[in-house]
Design a protein around this ligand. Structure first.
Ligand code: ACO
Length: 401
């Protein structure tokens, strides 16, 4: 008799769970998430509290180091980040090699990986100071190269970080300032961006974060691990959804604004179209981030006095989906990406940059998870499979095939 187990090389039982829907990959102290009740907490603090009372740099510190910083710790953190805001000038040669039409996420993944070439020394994870410096370096340089992807696409000269301004203000400075100017960002826009970054900062073992942990588990460098996270985030089923939402809304508008037609398309099982920005792997009642962001969207649009027909379409679509039996029975609600794109658009950020903004927000989460994984000495990630291919076959010479 054929010993299937021996043929498959199995040494014990293997759990098959495609998409890891019910499989925990690690233990973690960073983010608590309850999908049924719509609860999200970073290090025990509710997302609602953090979004209304904290700021992105403070939340980054909390995620990475486990506690809210004291005033002195925060000052040191900000100062150390500023120490590393210059990016090697030779990185500009790499950017020059990309076509202007390249997607910013592809450029960002490549540039993040390239940072390893300019910072080749591996982080000594057992050395607290080494780790601290590497973390601050990553936070500083990632923001700069993220905005350079936009400057490249526009054909503008690349900007430098302005150490006199804060991290989120610098996003606007790096993106939009004339090289000789200081950019005066609207405080409403900066406040909304800060909130958006907080809401995106971590989300336990999502696709990109698991990727960062997986790549890092082979002891690949921090930059290489983050670069892999950027690539994972790019896909339209993950971070790329915020760009896909806007493109979908524009398409609906260009086709006469018939929302019902698109609802029907999304329900049609012979059509691969999905309503972008709806549904979530874990949140099956509501996405708590979407609630906060929806309010922020209303505030920003009101403050900026934006009137945009795309917003009317978004509202109609949301309403129609919420009342539809198909979406109700499958617990499909708007997720964070449905509203974030709307705010980014109101801020004048081009659609192709939306996922880059997600990446900037998610960076502290990726770093925190990478650090936790390394400090816990987790084994290399190496899932098994259930082999369903051919059994042993005799090799056939080419003239016999
Ligand atoms: N539009 C139409 N139908 C949908 C949608 C959607 N957006 N999302 C899920 N469904 C349907 C599926 O067809 C399936 O129907 P069935 O039971 O009749 O087969 C059912 O709902 C369950 O869907 P799954 O794909 O099994 O759910 P899963 O948890 O694997 O996927 C995902 C979650 C990927 C987010 C999905 O809802 C989706 O593709 N949404 C659109 C893309 C999107 O917005 N992604 C952003 C996610 S949030 C983030 O990354 C921050």
């Amino acid at each position: 008799a054929i010993d299937i187990k021996k043929l498959r090389g199995e040494t014990g039982a293997i759990t098959l769970d495609p998409g890891y829907k019910n499989t925990g990959a690690c233990e973690s102290e960073i983010t608590f998430l309850n999908g049924e009740e719509g609860i999200l907490r970073y290090r025990g603090y509710s997302i609602e509290d953090l979004a209304s009372k904290s700021n992105f740099i403070e939340v980054s510190y909390l995620l990475i180091f486990g506690e809210l910083p004291t005033a002195a710790e925060l000052e040191k953190f900000e100062k150390t980040i500023k120490k590393y805001t210059l990016v090697n000038e030779e990185m500009k040669n790499i950017i020059d090699g990309f076509p202007k039409t390249a997607h910013p996420m592809g450029v960002l993944a490549s540039l993040t990986s390239a940072l390893t070439a300019f910072n080749p020394k591996a982080v000594d994870v057992s050395n607290e100071k080494d780790m601290y410096e590497a973390i601050c370096k990553t936070i500083a340089k990632f923001l700069v190269i993220a905005t350079w992807t936009y400057r490249k696409a526009m054909g503008y000269p690349l900007n430098y970080y302005d150490n006199a301004q804060g991290y989120v203000e610098n996003f606007m400075q790096l993106m939009f300032a004339l090289p000789t100017d200081k950019y005066k960002a609207d405080p409403v826009v900066v406040g909304a961006l800060d909130k958006l970054f907080i809401l995106h900062a971590d989300h336990e073992q999502n696709c990109s974060t698991s990727t960062v942990r997986m790549v890092g588990s082979s002891h690949a460098s921090l930059f290489a691990s983050i670069s892999a996270g950027v690539s994972a985030l790019w896909g339209p089923l993950h971070g790329g959804a915020n760009q896909a939402v806007l493109e979908m809304l524009e398409e609906i508008q260009n086709n006469g604004g018939d929302v019902e037609k698109y609802i029907a398309k999304a329900k049609d099982k012979d059509d691969s179209f999905r309503l972008m920005g709806f549904g979530h792997r874990v949140y099956k009642n509501f996405d708590p981030r979407a609630k906060i962001i929806k309010k922020a969207a209303d505030d920003v649009l009101g403050a900026l006095g934006v009137e945009d027909p795309i917003l009317d379409i978004a509202k109609k679509l949301e309403q129609a989906a919420l009342e539809d039996e198909y979406f109700k029975s499958r617990n499909l609600y708007p997720n964070v990406d449905f509203y974030s794109g709307i705010i980014y658009r109101a801020m004048g950020i081009p659609t192709q940059m939306f996922t880059v903004l997600f990446a900037i927000g998610r960076l502290p989460g990726w770093i925190a998870q990478w650090k936790e994984m390394r400090l816990r000495n987790e084994p290399i990630g190496r899932p098994r499979q259930v082999y369903i291919g051919e059994n042993l076959r005799d090799f056939k010479a080419i003239n016999e095939r």
